[in-house]
Design a binder for this molecule. Structure first.
Ligand code: PLP
Length: 400
């Protein structure tokens, strides 16, 4: 039965981690995986998460019953509030609904199921480049995938006019995935004014907006500032989805904690939307897991924990910014050919270095520094100890 099953291509980012783990060079560096690391290169459980977990462990009223199909109510409402802001009109006018999902990936997959199965949408536009999984998620839900221009390689910045041209030419009822903050992989976001133009084009052209918000807090360290795009679109009273992930800003990578937020023009169709969304959930994961959602709900509903969490986010965002500066300074000090100012200008977890595939290969084989072939590096993999080594390898690769 299985004799014709062919080997699928490896998932690059996990392949890199495998190569890194198997490498015996003590200077090796993993710049592939998008997960926060301390300055010692270690995974970090946020202190506020540890506290919430201790509180949960001591609470003998908690149990392991199934959660509702739509997920934990406290989690869903508090997650929506940090996205849109507690006083947002969409919340006070009851024009939102949300559905707990298996991480940001699950929220996107659920969105795709609803948009395809219930609304009959068939085409999705993603940025070129985008997070590798967007295409796969929507392809597996039966969508055909189109790209809009995003990255201007010559200037290492946003190709805004190309993006607008492509969105303007998209057919009605196409779904458009926009990265809400800290674009992955480029680390380049539209300015507030550009966001306004993008939003107006989506409205004028009747495009369905799905914002992928996987990094709230990671770009600026400020939850409100990083929610600008999501809130601006929601302000326009349009029908839209936002896929939220708590993998990064809570460090809950393996707990699969996400939320699909629905914002509507008017509340009257929410009961139907809810019922159809629950049918989609029922056949994919039936009901979501508890632990991560309980942590998020516990933190967001406790003033002291919430403040502590904001401090933890700042710790992560500031360390990343510091590493951007140190990497830039090291390249400048070596007069590495090229302009590297994009390293400090780009935001969030990643930097799109502009290194070519050959240069990436040289860094891998000669220096045991593992990064995606696109030249994307996770800034989290850089530490005070290895930054000089990484800079030296980039310098050598560029001069080779
Ligand atoms: N969207 C983007 C742009 C991402 O970079 C990621 C994770 O890397 C996700 C969604 C998915 O996050 P999660 O791990 O919560 O599924």
């Amino acid at each position: 039965v299985f004799k014709n099953v062919e080997m699928a291509p490896p998932i690059q980012v996990f392949q890199l981690t495998k190569m890194y783990n198997e490498c015996s060079n003590e200077n090796k560096v993993n710049l592939g995986v998008g997960a926060y690391r301390t300055d010692e290169g270690k995974p970090w459980v946020l202190p506020v998460v540890r506290e919430a977990e201790s509180q949960m462990a001591a609470d003998l009223t908690l149990n392991h019953e199934y959660l509702p199909v739509a997920g934990m109510p406290d989690f869903r409402t508090s997650a929506t509030k940090i996205l849109l802001g507690t006083n947002h009109a969409a919340i006070s006018e009851n024009r939102t609904e949300s559905f707990q999902a298996l991480g940001g990936t699950g929220a996107l997959r659920l969105a795709a199921a609803f948009l395809g199965n219930v609304l009959g949408f068939k085409v999705v536009y993603v940025s070129n480049p985008t997070w590798g999984n967007h295409k796969g998620i929507f392809k597996s839900a039966g969508f055909s995938i189109k790209e809009y221009r995003y990255w201007d390689n010559a200037n290492r910045s946003l190709d805004f006019s190309g993006m607008m041209e492509d969105l303007s030419n998209a057919p009605e009822n196409a779904v458009v995935i926009l990265h809400g903050v800290a674009h992955n992989p480029t680390g380049v976001d539209p300015t507030p004014d550009q966001w306004k133009t993008i939003c107006q084009t989506c409205i004028d052209k009747k495009l369905f907006v799905l914002i992928d918000c996987a990094y709230q807090g990671f770009a600026s360290g400020d939850l409100d500032q990083d929610a600008f795009a999501s809130r601006y679109f929601a302000d326009q009273r349009m029908d839209m989805f936002v896929a939220q992930s708590f993998s990064k800003n809570f460090g809950l990578y393996n707990e699969r904690t996400g939320n699909l937020v629905v914002v509507t023009k008017d509340a009257s169709k929410l009961p139907e939307i809810r019922s159809q969304m629950e049918i989609q959930i029922r056949v994919i994961w039936s009901n979501p897991p508890n632990h991560g959602a309980r942590i998020v709900a516990t933190v967001l509903n406790n003033k002291a924990y919430y403040e502590q969490w904001k401090g933890d986010i700042l710790t992560m965002a500031n360390r990343i910014k510091k590493m951007r500066q140190e990497l830039y300074d090291a390249l400048r000090d070596m007069s590495t050919p090229g302009n590297w100012s994009h390293i400090t200008k780009q935001i969030g977890m990643f930097s799109y270095t502009g290194l070519s595939e050959e240069q990436v290969e040289l860094m891998k084989t000669k220096y045991n520094i593992y990064l995606l072939s696109s030249g994307r590096i996770s800034m989290c993999g850089i530490t005070s100890k290895n930054v000089a080594y990484v800079a030296k390898a980039i310098d050598a690769a560029v001069r080779a």
